[in-house]
Design a protein around this ligand. Structure first.
Ligand SMILES: Nc1ncnc2c1ncn2[C@@H]1O[C@H](COP(=O)(O)OP(=O)(O)OP(=O)(O)O)[C@@H](O)[C@H]1O
Ligand SMILES: [Mg+2]
Length: 264
């Protein structure tokens, strides 16, 4: 099983949208066995996948994956969601004495699923806390959607070098197998401002972008993604021109990610 975490300390950049849509892609397009874990108390990924009804939902809330030792998944299916709870997830940061245990419990839980799933997709909250840290510690890959504004571009330094949850810190100190798939510009608009920011990124951070056959991976702003997310639908099943157009753009990005994760 390959584990990928969506992580960025910036909120509203598309972590949950990408988590849900790439889960549908792996399950329905690539016929992979998919486990989704939602560690965000906002529960956006959980809500969307539950509405869509493509996945079986575990009765275990995601906080238990961190707090309980020896936990086993309660259902067997080819597409499973471990949904986020709220109060328990929010309490975890304060329980500093248990933080090491949380990471170990999650690692052990995932190791019991190695032969049951091909891919585990973890969505995280936008705060650099223990939940995000645990997800980064157990993952093989990290993908970071960003928006093309100056603040987000300035935040790339933190994304890589933040004291506790910076990707480079985690790679060097705790999880050397973690591979950074890259930053994925999302909600891209055809304004001169964003075009200039993209050019800037491509000049200064080209190694952090995901190369496609032509140019770099990016997802345009489209009404199709929030609509698909609200209905819990794969964007290509929205049954609208906007959905098909969005999918034409997103599919090569997801195919490239599958290749990078050796999941073809
Ligand atoms: N390419 C896109 N075009 C238009 N809307 C988008 C796109 N990607 C995501 N959205 C919408 O933008 C909003 C924020 O996206 P999302 O919830 O995925 O971000 P997030 O990074 O998970 O946020 P948070 O940090 O709060 O968890 C959602 O309403 C989502 O449907
Ligand atoms: Mg989210």
């Amino acid at each position: 099983m390959k584990t990928i975490v969506l992580a960025n300390q910036k909120g509203g950049v598309g972590k949950s949208a990408v988590a849900v849509q790439i889960a549908y892609f792996f399950s329905l397009v690539k016929n992979k066995k998919v486990l989704v874990i939602d560690f965000d108390h906002q529960r956006n990924t959980s809500k969307s996948i539950k509405v869509g009804n493509y996945a079986k939902v575990s009765n275990t809330p995601s906080s238990n994956l961190l707090s309980q030792a020896g936990l086993k998944l309660d259902i067997a299916d080819s597409f499973v969601l471990v949904q986020a709870d709220n109060a328990e997830l929010l309490k975890m940061e304060k329980k500093a004495d248990s933080h090491n245990l949380y990471a170990n419990n999650l690692k052990n839980f995932l190791s019991t699923l190695n032969n049951m799933f091909d891919v585990c997709i973890i969505d995280t909250n936008p705060n650099p806390d223990i939940r995000q840290l645990c997800a980064l510690v157990v993952s093989d890959y990290v993908l970071s959607p960003i928006q093309l504004n100056q603040e987000a571009i300035d935040g790339i330094g933190d994304l890589l070098n933040h004291d506790t949850t910076g990707i480079r810190k985690i790679q060097s100190a705790i999880n050397p197998k973690l591979k950074f798939l890259g930053i994925l510009p999302n909600l891209v608009e055809p304004t001169p401002f964003q075009r200039d920011n993209f050019k800037d990124l491509a000049t200064h951070f080209s190694k952090l972008l995901i190369p496609l056959d032509v140019g770099f991976a990016a997802i345009k702003k489209t009404t199709a993604i929030p609509e698909a997310q609200a209905l819990g639908l794969p964007v290509w099943k929205l049954g609208k021109t906007s959905g098909r157009e969005a999918w034409n753009q997103v599919k090569p990005v997801f195919e490239k990610i599958a290749t990078m994760m050796e999941l073809n």
